[in-house]
Design a protein around this ligand. Structure first.
Ligand SMILES: Nc1nc2c(c(=O)[nH]1)N[C@H]1C(S)=C(S)[C@@H](COP(=O)(O)O)O[C@H]1N2
Ligand SMILES: [Mo]
Length: 347
């Protein structure tokens, strides 16, 4: 793993290691704002409060008694590929590997909410982690805050998993033991780890991690306004070759990668080996699942002449969304899904 930060641990998968549909747990990237909280599973409780019929606490045992489901989902950090932004922006300088695909097992948040019972005014559901710390750069609240994100009630009832297993194994401490949220189709920041409290609110939640952080400027009929980052944008990433890789002239090279989107299928991945002048269709891998990435490959006949070449991949999904060639500046330092140049050397 590439160490982007030691404490708290922020680790990236070297994306050239991409090998299969599911990312092994020990290769799955780790993103954390604060140190991993120490949690004793026996005394751990999940508190559920706010606009519910009656506030209650859940033990791990209670949750495991509810029907379990297994859901494959790709998590991509909203800041993945930030190192490609020009000019440079603040934040962890992820290359391509702050993304992974896993099978998550747990109980649906909707089930837990239905069993608990909701009040009429319920509007959003705030997911709070047990980790906390102080923010260094203003604007910031005073003192320590917990990591927290909200989902609208509709999403909370249908599309959120409270997971205790990842690829068939109990969550590791770094990935949110004993319980984390998984919000398939949304960027990783929604997948709150180390859950300790769920609060149903009767008004929009404007917490730090969906206003000051993890938000972008949306332009619509209402003008320009700040909205929380939610759904993943369509994106294809090249795993091999890597940046500055030396490739033998006149040979055949298998270009590989993955492509993902939200609530849609990847229908096409195109590859350019000449900086975007021409595009060829890559072949898509057999394995697929909603909100999971699709592997792809392309057999490149490497030109006989030495020189530098820029490779680009471009995905299109069944909602008709395609990757843009240019960066959208309203996305700030997040949602980096324009076609990323991978420059190689033919020798
Ligand atoms: N409690 C808590 N949950 C969190 C975070 C965090 O710092 N604290 N980071 C979020 C971000 S930004 C991402 S991208 C994902 C990463 O999940 P992973 O470390 O299991 O890959 O966790 C999310 N959940
Ligand atoms: Mo993230």
């Amino acid at each position: 793993m590439i160490i982007r930060e030691k404490e708290p641990a922020n680790l990236e998968m070297p994306f050239g290691q991409l090998a299969g549909f599911f990312t092994p747990n020990d290769q799955f990237y780790i993103r954390a704002h604060f140190p991993v909280p120490e949690i004793d599973p026996a005394s751990w409780r999940l508190r559920l409060e706010g606009e519910v019929r009656e506030a209650r606490v859940w033990s791990l045992e209670d949750l495991r008694k509810l029907p379990a489901t297994t859901v494959p989902a790709t998590l991509e950090c909203a800041g993945n590929s930030r190192v490609f932004l020009v000019p440079k922006v603040k934040g962890t300088q992820w290359e391509l590997g702050a993304v992974g695909n896993a099978e998550w097992t747990g109980v649906s948040l909707g089930e837990v909410l239905r069993v608990t019972g909701l009040k009429e005014g319920a509007l959003e559901v705030v997911l709070e982690g047990a980790d906390s710390g102080a923010i260094s750069d203003p604007p910031k609240p005073a003192g320590k805050i917990h990591y927290a994100r909200s989902v609208p009630l509709g999403k909370a009832l249908e599309g959120v998993l409270l997971a205790y297993e990842m690829n068939g194994e109990p969550l590791t401490p770094a990935h949110g033991f004993p319980l984390r949220a998984v919000v398939p189709g949304w960027y990783g920041m929604a997948a709150v780890k180390w859950l300790q409290r769920i609060v149903v609110t009767d008004r929009p939640y404007n917490g730090y991690y969906q206003t000051v952080d993890y938000a972008f400027w949306q332009r619509d009929a209402a003008g320009v306004h700040l909205v929380p980052i939610t759904e993943m944008q369509v994106k294809a990433a090249i795993a091999r070759p890597g940046v500055n890789e030396v490739i033998a002239a006149g040979t055949s090279y298998k270009v590989t990668g993955a492509a993902w989107t939200a609530e849609a299928e990847i229908v096409k991945v195109e590859l350019s080996t000449d900086g975007g002048s021409s595009w060829q269709t890559a072949s898509l891998g057999k394995e697929k699942a909603r909100n999971s990435w699709r592997l792809w490959e392309y057999d490149w006949s490497v030109p006989p002449a030495p020189g530098r070449r820029v490779l680009l991949a471009r995905a299109t999904d069944s909602r008709g969304r395609a990757q843009p060639m240019e960066r959208d500046p309203d996305r700030g330092s997040y949602e980096i899904n324009h076609c990323l140049p991978i420059e190689v050397e033919i020798r």
